[in-house]
Design a protein around this ligand. Sequence first.
Ligand code: AMP
Ligand code: ZN
Ligand code: FE
Ligand code: FE
Length: 303
Amino acid sequence: MFKGRIYPLRPPRTSPISGVIDLHAHSTASDGSLSPTALVARAAECGLGAIALVDHDTTAGVAEAQAAAAEFSLELVPGCELSAEFGTGELHLLGLYLDPLSPALAQALGELRTARHARNRIIIDKLKALGARIDYETVLRLAGDGAVGRPHIAQALVESGFVQTRQDAFNRLIGNGGKAYAPKTVFSPAEAIRLLKAAGASVMLAHPGLLHMAPKSEEALIDELVGHGLDGIEAIYSEHTPAQTDRLLALARRKGLIVSGGSDFHGSAKPHIELGCGRGSLTVPDAVLDAIKARRREQGLPV
Ligand code: AMP
Ligand code: ZN
Ligand code: FE
Ligand code: FE
């Protein structure tokens, strides 16, 4: 039944907690370490009532996750995470409840994955020029059928012995602005939101706290994104401080935005983040999903 590796992750919490969900998880369809089936199995073990699968630039894991979810009587929210232009970096958008088979979305995501290959080759050429013995075939093998990106390149660098850890690879070479960095092709926020909404999604600004903005600029950004159709914000997130969470919850309330919440679980690719509880204290109550569904029903959208 388990198609992916469970260990070397920590064993999940032994006593299932009821009424808790996680609307931000990745699988091997992008850069997570658990297959969609193993991810759902782990969510069930953790006692979660629902998870959203939001792989980067792909919905390829959704069908498998849905089949597993039916087996484990767990609710699976189909989704994906898209990057969009933001200053010199990027912001992330989550599309929840999208149609994973939407042709327009499939075409756009396909183009993103093709652009990723070109970008990965540029990064690898830069790494070779710096003396790394690394080739793209190894990176592709590590990525399996998933959307290929820097986490896989980091893994290949570790395996080649050029760096000690994946984090070293990011810190010294392929992190934003690093010596071997190359930018990724991404949509504008307006295009990304339009695309996700055209596929039926409710669109959330992912982990706003990671943008490290002053509250006023953050609010201005959210207003701008709402103008493009943004539905809500991921106020509850593994790396948000309690103060950030409170501020974002208050902002959502004030503006009538939907609230989302999740861990950003990647399995052993991000070992400090556990499904359903993040760094240990994350709790996303199922009322969060109830509110998302209620808003979708008001909008005449399926849940
Ligand atoms: P890509 O989409 O190929 O640009 O890869 C983005 C992913 O790389 C993110 O989702 C993170 O998992 C990882 N990443 C990006 N920057 C860093 C960093 N400075 N340290 C560790 N991981 C990073
Ligand atoms: Zn990721
Ligand atoms: Fe993200
Ligand atoms: Fe994520």
